[in-house]
Design a protein around this ligand. Structure first.
Ligand code: ADP
Ligand code: MG
Ligand code: MG
Length: 251
């Protein structure tokens, strides 16, 4: 069964139909892009998967089994980890405290802080997510705050990692580093959903991509078999001329 499957997910905010009968199939161990222009409904869909919104209709299946995601604890239990566009870290807590105490689920609180520190160190080394466990999170650069978000998800044993516009706050070097981490997580069987409006990132790292436009999922395709021009056309609903980056002008 796919790692995650959505059937007919709909969500309206008053007159705005943010998600309209969304279907999605994400195979395990793949990096799956969700691309769409601003306002297409990507963050709404992600919020439903993390239990922030109840959908008006539709079904979520994890490993082929229907699950009810009533709140973020249910999402964590279902193996979903979220890396938000605007990080949800507790500002005057350390990295370690954020990773451990942020996990409200009693299962995690029962692990001792010493064991948590050891596990954090192990995860950080394994995935290249180095960050000082005793630093206050608000003193860290944004790229490191994002590492804490990823560590939090891995600490909670997430099998499915969802990232909403994760490179927006990163330098190009940090973005490359993040993509290396995502590939190594994928290679060990985790499932990654990358939400972005940047075609370049979709081409760079995803195996499959689903395109959202005005609340609808208009296509799900193999990235390599599709290409940027076709994806851009799906995003906006008409042919577009892609800007070609010719590099710096010559003097
Ligand atoms: P994206 O992440 O693709 O930019 P969103 O899911 O944030 O899109 O938004 C989709 C649509 O739903 C937009 O028209 C947005 O204004 C609307 N919307 C999103 N969240 C809310 C909300 N909490 N209340 C009212 N409208 C919302
Ligand atoms: Mg938006
Ligand atoms: Mg968004």
């Amino acid at each position: 069964a796919p790692a995650i499957e959505l059937r007919g997910i709909s969500k309206a905010f008053g007159p705005v139909q943010a998600n309209r009968a969304i279907d999605l199939v994400v195979p395990r161990g793949t990096i799956h892009g969700i691309i769409g222009e601003n306002g297409a409904g990507k963050s709404t869909l992600m919020s439903i998967l993390y239990g922030f919104y109840r959908p008006d209709a539709g079904q979520i299946l994890i490993d082929g089994k229907p699950v009810a995601i009533a709140d973020s604890q249910a999402a964590i239990r279902a193996g979903i980890g979220m890396v938000f566009q605007h990080f949800k870290l507790v500002p005057n807590f350390t990295v370690l405290e954020n990773v451990v105490l942020g996990a409200e689920d009693g299962r995690f609180l029962r692990r001792s802080l010493a064991r948590a520190r050891a596990e954090l160190k192990h995860l950080a080394a394994e995935y290249g997510l180095q960050v000082d466990p005793d630093a206050l999170v608000e003193t860290l650069p944004l790229g490191h705050q994002q590492r804490v978000e990823i560590l939090k998800a891995l600490y909670r044993r997430a099998d499915i990692l969802i990232l909403d516009e994760p490179t927006g706050v990163l330098t190009p070097a940090e973005a490359d580093h993040l993509f290396r981490i995502l590939r190594s997580l994928r290679d060990e069987g985790k499932t990654i959903i990358l939400i972005t409006h940047k075609l370049r990132e979709i081409m760079q790292i995803t195996e499959n991509v689903s395109v959202m436009r005005r609340g609808e999922m208009v296509a799900s395709v193999r990235t390599a078999a599709t290409g940027p021009a076709e994806l851009a056309e799906l995003m906006v609903g008409r042919k577009v001329l892609l800007r070609v980056d010719k590099g710096p002008a010559r003097p």
